[in-house]
Write a protein that binds this ligand. Structure first.
Ligand code: 2AM
Ligand code: CA
Length: 267
C-alpha cells in the first residue's frame, strides 16, 4: 500500500472529479462521430471544463499555489515556491476519435523540482501516482520499470509528429534507426500515459520530441520513482524546457539514447 501525503490526496480528488466529466463527454463523443460537424468543438469544451474543475479543486485546497496549464497557461500564485503543472486531457486526438486512451496529468513542483505526479486514465480507471522518495504506484500497487536489458527484446513507445507539428524529418530518421534495433515500436497518443506505462514496465522505453511541460511533468517523476531514468534527447535534465524526452531503465535508456544519436548524425 502507498502512503499518500495530503497533497497527493488533493491531486487524486481533483483528478477523479474532472474524470467524471471526461467520462460523460467521451460517451457523447462516441455518439457524435457520425454527425457531419463532428465532435471537435465539443472536445475543446470538454478539455476546458476538465481543466476548470482541476483548477478550482486545487485552488480551494492549496490557496496561493501557482499554475501552469495547457489551456489556461500561467497563473502566478502568492506562494512562489509551489506550482501545479496540469494537462487536463492528454491524448486529445484519441478522445476526439473515440479511442479510449487518454489521461489527466497533474504534477506538483516545489522550488522548481517535481515532487509529486499523477497520471489517470479515466476509461481504464488506472491511477498512476508517485511522490519523491516514496516509489510509484498503480491503483495502490507498487510499480517498477521493466528489467529487460537488450533493445532487441524491448517494446519502445514514441510519438509521431502530425500535420502542423514540427520535426517530421527528424522523426522519420529516428524511426529509421530505432526500428532496426527493437522488438516493437508503439505509438499510443498520450505522452503522459506513455511515461506512466514505462513506469509500470509495459513499455520498456520511450522517446519523443517537441512536447510541452504539462505533457511530461507528472510522467517524469513516475518513471524515476519506478526506478527508471529520464533525460531530454541530449542526455540533459532539461526535459520541461527542451520538449524532448527519453525514458527507460538505466541500460535501455542509455542504449536508446545512443541509437537516437545515430539518427541525428549527418550520413
Ligand atoms: P495533447 O493530446 O494534449 O495535445 C502525442 O504524441 C503527444 O503529443 C500527446 O501527449 C499530445 O498532447 C502531445 N502534443 C500534441 N500536439 C502538441 C503540441 N503542439 N505541443 C506539445 N505537445 C503536443
Ligand atoms: Ca498534452
Amino acid at each position: 500500500m502507498s502512503r499518500h501525503t495530503p497533497s497527493m490526496a488533493v491531486m487524486v480528488a481533483a483528478a477523479r472529479k474532472a474524470a467524471r466529466g471526461l467520462q460523460r463527454d467521451f460517451g457523447e463523443v462516441e455518439n457524435l462521430q457520425v454527425s457531419l460537424k463532428g465532435p471537435a468543438n465539443f472536445v475543446t469544451a470538454a478539455d476546458r471544463k476538465a481543466e476548470k474543475v482541476i483548477f478550482q479543486e486545487l485552488s480551494k485546497a492549496r490557496p496561493g499555489y501557482g499554475f501552469l496549464m495547457e489551456e489556461g497557461g500561467v497563473v502566478e500564485g502568492a506562494d512562489k515556491s509551489h506550482r501545479w503543472i496540469i494537462d487536463p486531457l492528454d491524448g486529445t486526438t484519441n478522445f476526439l476519435h473515440g479511442i479510449p486512451m487518454f489521461s489527466i496529468s497533474i504534477a506538483l513542483e516545489r522550488e522548481g523540482q517535481i515532487v509529486a505526479g499523477l497520471v489517470y486514465n479515466p476509461i481504464s480507471d488506472e491511477m498512476f501516482i508517485a511522490e519523491k522518495g516514496q516509489g510509484a504506484f498503480l491503483n495502490d500497487r507498487r510499480i517498477r520499470v521493466a528489467v529487460r536489458r537488450e533493445l532487441a527484446q524491448a517494446v519502445v513507445g514514441t510519438g509521431i509528429p502530425h500535420i502542423g507539428r514540427p520535426g517530421h524529418q527528424r522523426f522519420t530518421a529516428e524511426l529509421g534507426v530505432v526500428m532496426n534495433e527493437v522488438a516493437g515500436v508503439r505509438r499510443m497518443g498520450s505522452a503522459a500515459l506513455d511515461l506512466a506505462w514505462v513506469a509500470a514496465g509495459r513499455l520498456d522505453a520511450y522517446w519523443e520530441a517537441n512536447l510541452a511541460a504539462w505533457d511530461v511533468a507528472a510522467g517524469i517523476i513516475l518513471v524515476r520513482e519506478a526506478g527508471g531514468f529520464v533525460t531530454d534527447l541530449n542526455g540533459r535534465d532539461t526535459m520541461l524546457d527542451s520538449g524532448g524526452i527519453i525514458a527507460g531503465n538505466e541500460t535501455l535508456h542509455r542504449q536508446l539514447a545512443d541509437v537516437l544519436k545515430k539518427a541525428h548524425k549527418p550520413a
